[in-house]
Design a protein around this ligand. Sequence first.
Ligand code: NAD
Length: 345
Amino acid sequence: MKRHGHKVYVETNAGNGSGFTDSDYKKAGATMLSTPKQIFDAADMIMKVKEPIKPEYNLIRQGQVVFTYFHFASSKDLTLAMMKNKCIAVAYETVQKEDGSLPLLIPMSEVAGRMAPQEGAKYLEKTMGGRGVLLGGVPGTEPAEVIVLGGGIVGTNAAKIAAGFGAKVTIMDNNLYRLRYLDDVMAKNVTTMMSNPFNIRQAIKKADLVIGAVLIAGAKAPKLITKEMLKLMKPGSVVVDVSVDQGGCIETCKPTTHEDPTYVVNDVVHYCVANMPGAVPFTSTIALTNATLPYAVELANNGWHAACRHNEELKLGLNIIEGEIVYKGVADAFGYTYTDVNEVM
Ligand SMILES: NC(=O)c1ccc[n+]([C@@H]2O[C@H](COP(=O)([O-])OP(=O)(O)OC[C@H]3O[C@@H](n4cnc5c(N)ncnc54)[C@H](O)[C@@H]3O)[C@@H](O)[C@H]2O)c1
């Protein structure tokens, strides 16, 4: 940003939790300000990670660009607040490429996917409530059986890491094209299988670790493992339901936090943290900013009007413009009026 001639303000101690100190930011040319109010007053554009919190609602002013995750459909309060303050809300989660992919969600899925076997391995340890199985086994023993439900970004990354540990991995997806691709690129200890109730039942009987990674865009995750099916799993086995943020694909999963990540149902350890990347903020920060920075530079260099006119991907990130909802999914979520983005640009 600095190199592009912009003045950058950073809130004091903002990077502490992620491992970046105030002096790191100063060395890079930023000006440190000690309160959020000072930042919101000084800046034309605000970049965050999570959605604005209540004390920030009224600090944001008309015409100010706010570029962050909003997930408006899950909060009416936030939607109303961002309409009221008349900001330009550009949401990371709806920036979209021509092929339909979501470039600012992918890094978080990569992080969560790669974390899933790591967490699973931890909770398979006896002292953590698991069966006491080592993911990769050792010579003369069976490796753990890992089932990955969903072979998208999370599932692919999870399978790769579980396979790297030496586990016996099965990825299940209901998209045959995806399974063909995965069969081509995965290691020898990864098998692909069509996702259907019969195959899932058979697979979970043998599983030590099940990773939930399905997504149906814009919908709640399908319950691929019901409460009744859970009884088929071995005592001490572990489920890591990454898709818990969309309701979870395992019926017995409910969102947990890093402070209290697991609970047990039918002797199966459930890990269902809704914000997994938060546990590895150093990696997550760099992964996310690698993806967001080029868009942020475009917004700052050209202003949101010109940047969004020129870049369709960024234009799809526009959710609310000076009080008008310009993203249909958000308007539909609350029955509010939807305005075509081209009418207000
Ligand atoms: N908990 C967290 O911290 C965290 C972090 C990042 C992402 N997520 C969530 O993880 C989930 C997966 O994200 P993603 O980026 O991998 O999505 P994705 O779209 O890349 O992959 C989803 C996959 O699920 C498959 N699928 C759909 N229905 C299926 C079914 N019935 N059986 C088997 N597979 C099926 C799709 O074919 C696709 O391959 C999402 O809910 C996402 O929000 C959670």
